[in-house]
Design a protein around this ligand. Structure first.
Ligand SMILES: Nc1ncnc2c1ncn2[C@@H]1O[C@H](COP(=O)(O)OP(=O)(O)OP(=O)(O)O)[C@@H](O)[C@H]1O
Ligand SMILES: [Mg+2]
Length: 288
């Protein structure tokens, strides 16, 4: 049992060596304070309960489920940004030890530092993750990754001087620049207009298809999950949210939206996912 991120050398047996993330019977409880007439009461909210999940190396997995079911909670636990209540998380066979440069995180709200330029934001991440690099090597790396997302000419602009889509591209470049073995993405395209969204989805997909890493994407978009993933993990509604189903997406790669959307398998899985989301969303409404 390793409820908090503490270093451990425990490893898996050889047959599990292609596992990147293994989650065993994970539970996350939030203490919530409720004000009654005379005093304040602390109650426990069981956000996640009995989560078991195995993510193979270099696969692309999407996490989909009704709003509030615990997707971000799970991603934050995998990023090592929060501690879990019980259960176990293994990253490449070792107990989770907290945040690390092996995991690049892309948050929904970009999470850029407003006082640093686009290049400065990447430089800052590199300074922490790769202390062996000289300032000029960091600058070169920042340029390389900004170029990769089409932003080399904006490298000296501050977040307030660039659009939402550009900010999200900087956040993607920053996550990739530290050379992570895993990308954790929490609705990275959620706040973007439809055109920028589909452009960036295809960009990230192209980058991923070229430099395969393990990717976990939280999304509310069934089409996005189908376009990008090898597997789609469906979560049930909370409290005590769990994994309701895991669906394989054996569509050929590289995937081109216009072609893939006409594939009969795409259409079948889309229907199944729509039914699941509708069922779980109704469950949330009926319980509230
Ligand atoms: N720090 C916290 N304290 C108390 N409850 C929390 C905390 N963080 C999250 N929760 C609760 O845990 C549940 C899961 O929240 P979470 O943000 O993980 O949902 P989500 O699936 O990411 O939702 P969305 O799709 O809307 O982003 C929610 O009911 C939320 O209110
Ligand atoms: Mg969320």
């Amino acid at each position: 049992m390793n409820a908090n991120p503490i270093v451990s050398d425990e490893t898996f047996s050889e047959k599990e060596e292609d596992s990147h993330v293994k989650i065993v019977n994970l539970q996350k409880v939030f203490p919530v304070s409720r004000a009654t007439l005379f005093n304040k009461k602390i109650e426990n909210y069981i956000a996640l309960d009995g989560i078991n999940l195995d993510i193979k190396k270099n696969t692309f997995v999407s996490l989909i489920g009704p709003s509030g079911c615990g997707k971000s909670t799970l991603l934050n636990l995998l990023a090592g940004l929060d501690s879990f209540t019980s259960g176990e998380i293994f990253i490449e066979g070792k107990h989770l030890t907290g945040p690390g440069p092996d995991r690049g995180v892309i948050f929904q709200n970009y999470a850029l530092m407003p006082w640093l330029t686009a290049a400065g934001n990447i430089d800052y991440a590199l300074e922490t993750a790769c202390p062996e690099l000289s300032p000029s090597q960091r600058r070169e790396k920042s340029r390389y990754f900004l170029n990769m997302v089409g932003l080399e000419r904006s490298m000296d602009k501050f977040p307030r001087q660039i659009s939402g889509g550009m900010k999200q591209r900087v956040a993607i470049a920053r996550a990739l620049s530290i050379n992570p073995t895993m990308l954790l993405m929490d609705e990275p395209f959620g706040a973007l207009d439809a055109l920028t969204r589909s452009y960036l989805q295809e960009e990230v997909l192209k980058i991923w298809e070229k430099n395969r890493v393990t990717a976990l994407l939280i999304t509310h978009s069934i089409e996005e999950a189908l376009l990008m993933s090898d597997k789609i993990v469906l979560m049930s509604s909370g409290p005590s949210a769990n994994i309701a189903d895991i669906i394989d997406v054996p569509l050929p790669r590289p995937r081109i939206r216009k072609i893939i959307e006409k594939n009969s398998l795409f259409i079948d899985i889309k229907l199944k996912l729509e039914e699941h989301l509708l069922r779980e969303t109704r469950a949330v409404e009926e319980s509230s």
